[in-house]
Design a protein around this ligand. Structure first.
Ligand code: HEM
Length: 418
């Protein structure tokens, strides 16, 4: 049904609903993700898409590898203390984007990065608050004083100032170095608009990495399987994205985490641009459509044990196909960062599992809660983890992930899943 709406009838459902607060956050609906379907939006998206494609072809791989190695160093510096890695994952993912767009990377303590992240987090949390969402449904409230809304306006202005000053700095750099017209420059021009997409973009990859570590703590044998596979295939070298077909256990792990916890579980709302139908039901122009990706990924008619973390379902003979997966949506509004995100998920996970073993920080109670917290993206509740360094020379003992393994497939702490 979701495919019918988003892919087959893509032009009927390519719109975005207008909302008072959405317009404020996206500078009047001019961002790619919240902008309505129009000629201006299509041009904006086309330019951004082709710039990202060229970036991916030229430098994305090395940019991600560099951030994966930086992340490795950060983790090594923690020694074996128990830590919450969510901020480090956010910095790594955010540095991929800032390197592509501004040619700059930051470390966790950088005041510029903290200012940007602080501002984006504040926007996300204020925008989700009932004081502010009420303004969309009850226009009369817009006339009353509303301190959270005043704060939102201030944060949005602060965000745009920060981004504008980065863009300005980068334009000067481009002129100085004669790099005008490069791939990054064309991406920059396409993003030289109110930047309402940033909140989601920096959060998704980091949220996904946190979910992966959380699930792996509940089923350590999966972690071992992926590691063992890398030892066999790569020997001592670091993985390349082109190694994907040779690393089925790693690919299966990525697909399973995307299935169980799509970080944008309800995608972004669509709007019917004309009268149409879905599954034979008449849908009037301007109806708001919310694609329930989470529901599709847990449909018992398609998935066996849909609520169980079972990457082996995607291995040969495991019975599942990746075709019904829709973590990036589809059609005209398909996630613009899909190819970047896929490469990030693969390389970050491969680098992390090649060099580290993740362990729970204490007894059974300290296992991560897998229910999740919904905000702009679906996140795991904060948890701490211990990571031990491993060397590829230390080959794992009995580590293959088996299809229909006799070991329980349930997480170690079943009371915490859904
Ligand atoms: C695990 C990582 C990610 C997931 C699961 C994800 C998923 C999604 C989903 C479900 C949508 C909504 C599609 C729809 O409306 O039907 C979306 C939209 C979007 N995503 Fe992603 N995303 C991820 C990472 C990224 C990254 C890294 C970027 C940027 C480089 C990005 C940029 C965008 C943009 C610009 C849109 C709006 C597209 C439009 O409205 O035309 N995403 N994403």
């Amino acid at each position: 049904m979701i495919r019918e709406a988003l892919v087959k009838k893509w032009s009927d459902f390519a719109g975005r609903p207008h909302s008072y607060t959405g317009d404020i956050v996206s500078g009047g609906g001019r961002s790619i993700s919240l902008g309505d379907y129009s000629e201006e939006w299509r041009t904006h998206r086309r330019v951004a898409h082709s710039a990202l494609q060229r970036c991916s072809a030229q430098s994305l791989h090395s940019v991600i590898q560099r951030q994966a190695l930086n992340l490795r160093q950060v983790l090594l510096d923690y020694k074996e203390t128990s830590v919450d890695l969510s901020e480090d994952f956010t910095v790594a993912a955010s540095n991929v984007i800032t390197t592509l767009v501004f040619g700059k990377e930051y470390d966790k303590s950088s005041p510029q990065l903290q200012r940007l992240h602080g501002c984006l987090n504040e926007i996300v949390s204020l925008w989700g608050s009932p004081w502010i969402s009420a303004l969309d449904s009850f226009p009369l409230l817009r006339k009353l004083p509303n301190p959270p809304f005043s704060r939102l306006l201030k944060e949005v202005a602060r965000r745009d100032d920060i981004i504008r000053s980065h863009l300005q700095e980068y334009k000067v750099l481009c002129q100085d170095e004669g790099t005008k017209g490069t791939v990054t420059d064309s991406l920059l021009q396409s993003l030289d608009q109110p930047l309402g997409d940033k909140e989601r973009v920096v959060e998704t990859t980091a949220a996904w990495l946190c979910w992966t570590v959380a699930f792996l703590l509940h089923r350590p044998e999966v972690q071992y399987s992926v590691y063992s596979e890398m030892c066999t295939v790569l020997d001592t070298r670091y993985p390349q994205y082109s190694d994907r077909p040779k690393l089925p256990c790693l690919s299966a792990l990525i697909s399973e985490v995307l299935r169980l916890r799509p970080v944008a579980p309800l995608a972004v709302p669509h709007r019917a641009t004309r009268d149409s139908s879905i599954a034979g039901y008449c849908i009037r122009k301007d109806t708001i459509i919310i694609p329930n990706l989470y529901g599709a990924h847990h449909d018992p008619a398609i998935w066996t044990d849909p609520y169980t973390f079972k990457p082996e379902r995607f291995l040969d003979g495991g019975g599942a196909s990746t075709r019904p997966l829709l973590p990036f949506g589809g059609g005209a509004r398909l996630c613009l960062g899909e190819s970047i995100a896929k490469m990030e998920l693969f390389l970050f996970t491969a680098y992390l599992l090649r060099d580290f073993q993740f362990l729970p920080s204490g007894n059974k109670e300290s296992f991560p809660d897998l229910t999740g917290v919904a905000s702009v993206v679906l996140k795991v509740k904060p948890f701490r983890v211990i990571k031990q360094r491993k060397g590829l020379e230390a080959k794992p003992k009995e580590l293959r992930l088996k299809i229909n393994s006799e070991k329980s497939q349930e997480p170690t702490n079943p009371s915490t899943i859904d």
